[in-house]
Design a protein around this ligand. Sequence first.
Ligand SMILES: Nc1nc2[nH]cnc2c(=O)[nH]1
Ligand SMILES: [Zn+2]
Length: 483
Amino acid sequence: MKIFYGAVINPTSLTSYSSSPYSLIAIDAAGDIDWIVDDVEPHNLQETLAVKGRIDSEVIALKDGEFLIPGFIDTHTHAPQVPNKGTGGQYQLLDWLKYITFPMESRFSDVTFAKKTYELVVRRIIDSGTTTCCYYGTLHLEATKVLADIVHSFGQRAFVGKCNMNRECPSDYIELSSEASMADTHAIISHITSFPPPSIHSRSHELHEPLVQPILTPRFAISCTDDLLSSLGTLAASHPKLRIQTHISENLSEIEFTRKLFPDAPSYAGVYDMFGLLRSNTILAHAVHLGEDEMDLIKTRNAGISHCPTSNFNLHSGVAPIGVYLDKGIKVGLGTDVSGGFHISVLNAIQNASIAAKIRSMQAGNPLTPRPSMSPSFADKPLPIPTLLYLATAGGAEVCGLEKRVGSFAPGKSFDALLVNVRPEAGNIGLWGHTDSPDIHSLEEQKQILDTWLERFLFCGDDRNIQSVYVQGRLVGGRSFHL
Ligand SMILES: Nc1nc2[nH]cnc2c(=O)[nH]1
Ligand SMILES: [Zn+2]
């Protein structure tokens, strides 16, 4: 049993989080949260431990300026595009794929290059605080096996997909037939599902899924023939728990081309629906330019949207109406979408999600006033801090179908967490902010200081502030991992 004692911030809904400067969180041997008690002031600590029968347990006491939050969930990124990040911003999507992205991805036919690259990529992503990640690989079976092996050995929670792409791609970076694409899809699923299960099971065993799982990855409708999409739909139907990830309505030229390639489909979302690929565990990246009918279809199918604001700015795609989706009750998480996005950290996605919402608010002519709590509407309004935190954690968990396991702290859920450090010695000055002795603050005042630390961390924090990264109770990254 591992017990943390200190400040904890926990998303509770799209509009709220709970915070306590003095929480006790107990983690069992399987890495699940056993119990939580909030607001245990120091003079009550021993008594509370005694009530829990843990008087002799070792307690990991957080310092002032350290706090726990649930780990970040990146619902959409491309591991093989990380070497390209920060380049190519002069193009829009279709040219960017042709001139920047496909040439880099084709290099992953070289398994040695893939291994060297993916080790660096996955390490950086974990150390940036991403405890769950939805990875696109390339179309290569062997390189994608290597990616999954590395993620598994580093202890991250992830979905790893081999791209399906058998048309509208360069001749040296394309799958030669729908059959070949499906054969490699079956092979990557077998490879990933044969990873050994965790050795220790807890009482929530029936909820435990393997940390690393396969995910169907039709790159986007343009790059898949009807035949291939149809075969993927058949495969999906026989594996209801298998997640599906793809891109949707990112760019106007892309949408126009998609409509031309699928004249019988009622819409872009309708293409995926036609082939049985739009369901409650489908992750749709971007969704910048959806029609009202598509939003309703996505809501009806209970599919989730990965909001990738950095990429949407960088590739000149547009500003997604995330507030409208939230008002409709569509599940939304955040995605970095490297290298359409130029930053691997979910913190950067949070920052740009905030800016994107403010742009929509300004364009709609809305004033910057706090939202009345009785009428929670998000459309074309700035996203409050609790909402941004929720999208990066619990919202991402919903999009991935992992809401019973991760995204917030609760007994029975996995301890996937970040220990954030805003103390001056973290080296990112300006986050700490208060100079008074903490002893003179009331509980309420300390909660307000925590609010400030969280906001500063979300907007100005970086790897220097990510002290420890835990997945399923295990230390897997962060600064303390490398000491
Ligand atoms: N942003 C982005 N959109 C895509 N659509 C199809 N492939 C891609 C990709 O690699 N990145
Ligand atoms: Zn993408």
